[in-house]
Design a protein around this ligand. Structure first.
Ligand code: NDP
Ligand code: 8X3
Length: 249
């Protein structure tokens, strides 16, 4: 039985991971800001779950997180760095600087705070697995993806650099990079505009949160000598496009 800390467990991939890992016999530490949702999920999962209501942008709170866990939940062997968001789809010349700060503070800074807080324990216990949730947006540009894509490109390179730092320490690092997936992601991106969020997935079959949880679980369940470095996954009905060319006249 492993203890798995999941950020962003109040929705989407994080919630589905909590259910998947708990159903597979593991303990889960559920982290997010919306306490009520976490408490409801923990009630569903039983004694295997522990709730931590936390904003991952709070550096101090994240650094104190390991020591504040009940003793039976302290030996975290899997960290799923999932909490994150996109805000807006404006072109770079019209982007909202507050939204950009929030994405950088959450997707980049929150993620590195968690790694820094949890890794010393993993190193001491000589084992662990950090699963970062990147995005196809970290490799492939699209109009309006500017800062969000930049944060996920950071996650890609930070994951690789962590592998370099952790070589020989029996700690795995994986970066899972999903494409379109129907969670609350678009609702958040479009500030609660349900119609606009729905349009993103209309007429095609997106991935589900459970699909991603299955893939994350698989990477962690592989024998310990196997490290999935980077795994990009899209719906079959999504693909890349040709280069865009602007022509005069
Ligand atoms: P959801 O919006 O459904 O879930 C996002 C989760 O992140 C929520 O649980 C939210 O909890 C949490 N979160 C956001 N900000 C903070 C914060 N400051 N502190 C703590 N928790 C926070 O979206 P997804 O499940 O789709 O997204 C999960 C991850 O997957 C994100 O990193 C996203 O960028 C990435 N991703 C999503 C894709 C998609 O198409 N859905 C594709 C590729 C990557 P709360 O609000 O309660 O704090
Ligand atoms: C979410 C996928 O394509 O909307 O990271 O950026 S995308």
């Amino acid at each position: 039985m492993a203890t798995v800390l999941i950020t962003g467990a109040s929705s989407g991939f994080g919630g589905a991971c909590a259910k998947k890992f708990a159903a597979s016999g593991h303990q889960v530490v559920l982290v997010a800001r919306r306490q009520e949702r976490l408490v409801d999920l923990a009630a569903e999962l039983g004694d295997q779950a522990h709730v931590v209501t936390l904003d991952i942008r709070d550096r101090q709170a994240v650094s104190e997180l390991p020591e504040k866990l009940p003793e039976s939940f302290q030996d975290i062997s899997i960290l799923i760095n999932n909490a994150g968001l996109a805000l807006g789809l404006e072109g770079v010349e019209a982007g909202n600087l507050d939204a950009w700060d929030t994405m950088i503070d959450t997707n980049i800074k929150g993620l590195i705070y968690l790694c820094r807080a949890i890794l010393p324990g993993m190193i001491k216990r000589e084992g662990g697995h950090i699963v970062n949730i990147g995005s196809v947006a970290g490799s492939w540009p699209y109009p309006g993806g500017n800062t969000y894509g930049g944060t996920k490109a950071f996650v890609q390179q930070f994951s690789r650099n962590m592998r370099a730092d952790l070589l020989g320490k029996k700690i795995r690092v994986s970066n899972i990079e999903p494409g379109m997936c129907d969670t609350e992601f678009s609702l958040v991106r479009f500030e609660g505009d349900e119609n606009r969020a729905k349009q993103v997935y209309s007429g095609m079959q997106p991935l589900s949160a459970e699909d991603i949880a299955e893939i994350i679980y698989w990477t962690t369940a592989l024998p310990p000598h196997i490290n999935v470095n980077q795994l990009e996954v899209m719906p079959t009905e999504q693909a890349w496009s040709a280069f865009a060319v602007h022509r005069e006249g």
